[in-house]
Design a protein around this ligand. Structure first.
Ligand code: PBG
Length: 324
């Protein structure tokens, strides 16, 4: 036998050795569960394209958040499905609107759980765009004014973190300024800093019962653009974002790794509705096994540089990790 320069397999021979040299890890505390709440419904509404995910009635939210806390996951992210839509999404800054009510009931049921609000307008506008529309275009600066109103309402309702997802230019600076002036200098902002216009959001539209048929390409990133993807997160970091995010996840691992290499803030990744739906469909078709497949996607996110992962699988993953 000839001498080999190095034998990689020496450290793969037993699980003890493999665990000793494993480079990345995954813990429930790094997971964030998105939660959908629909106003005016008496029972949970299943989302056909996302088996296992439902739109909860408002009355169930407390229990859902308490269960998420008990599962050991790090946070919940609240999405409202509004029945009070208008042209600008004004229900989002109504102190008795759905967003404020969700935050209050979540915090009341589980004061020790981290509650994040998805701060956008698309689930609250009658046209389905993420802001104020004039003609074909979403008006950036008018939307920012409303976004600050919305964030202040969320802050007053007791939210633990603001997560603007509308991809407006200057959204982090506007929010930071507005929150600071109102005495919320300690409230962190998790920015959807690098969010692509993506076909992977298909089932989400189902989930939020969106009649939206248009395109968000005039505000969300072009999937062809990697340099711009980095620049977006760099900008949000400069504007004071406390946490950055890449969305979707699996198809954008290069972007995630690049942002990790260039930005110092904590980094989140969002495994979106279409990623979840694809795995569920593959599993239902009997072509792959769910648990190892999901855990592999989670580890891919960690390896690429994500500190935390938003996923509809959050509670399942927490359970699988606990089971070992
Ligand atoms: C809208 C929003 C979207 C998602 C979260 N917030 C969809 C979109 O931009 O059309 C997608 C979440 C998912 O697909 O899981 N601001």
């Amino acid at each position: 036998m000839t001498e080999m320069p190095f034998r990689f397999r020496r450290l793969r021979r037993t699980e003890r050795l493999r665990s000793l040299v494993r480079e990345n890890s995954l813990a429930p505390a790094q997971l964030i569960l998105p939660v959908f709440v629909e106003e005016g419904v008496a029972a949970a509404v299943p989302i056909p394209s996302m088996p296992g995910v439902v739109r909860h009635p408002e009355a169930a939210l407390g229990e859902v958040v308490a269960r998420a806390r008990d599962s050991g996951i790090g946070a919940v992210m609240l999405f409202g499905v509004s029945h009070h839509k208008d042209a600008c999404g004004s229900d989002t800054w109504n102190p008795d609107g759905l967003m404020a009510r969700m935050i209050r009931s979540a915090k009341q049921a589980a004061p020790d759980m981290l509650v994040i609000s998805d701060n956008c307008f698309c689930e609250y506008t009658d046209h389905g765009h993420c802001g104020v529309v004039a003609g074909e275009q979403v008006q950036n600066d008018a939307t920012l004014e409303n976004l600050v109103r919305q964030a202040l309402t969320a802050a007053h309702a007791g939210v633990d973190m603001i997560a603007p997802s509308g991809m407006m230019d200057g959204m982090v600076a506007a929010l930071r300024g507005g929150l600071d002036s109102a005495g919320f200098g300690q409230l962190p902002i998790m920015s959807y800093s690098t969010k692509f216009a993506s076909a992977f959001y298909g089932p989400f539209r189902d989930a939020v019962d969106s009649s939206f048929k248009g395109s968000r390409s005039s505000y969300q990133l072009d999937m062809a653009n990697g340099r711009e993807a980095l620049a977006e997160s760099v900008r949000d970091e400069q504007e004071g974002a406390d946490i950055l995010m890449v969305k979707p996840g699996l198809a954008y691992l290069d972007v995630l790794a690049n942002i990790r290499a260039h930005c110092a803030r904590p980094l989140a990744v969002y495994q979106v509705s279409g990623e979840y739906a694809m795995i569920k469909a593959a599993v239902a078709a009997g072509v792959m096994e769910e648990r190892p497949l999901v855990l592999e996607t989670m580890m891919a996110f960690r390896r690429a540089g994500a500190d935390m992962i938003l996923s509809y699988y959050a509670e399942d993953v927490a359970r699988w990790l606990r089971a070992g």
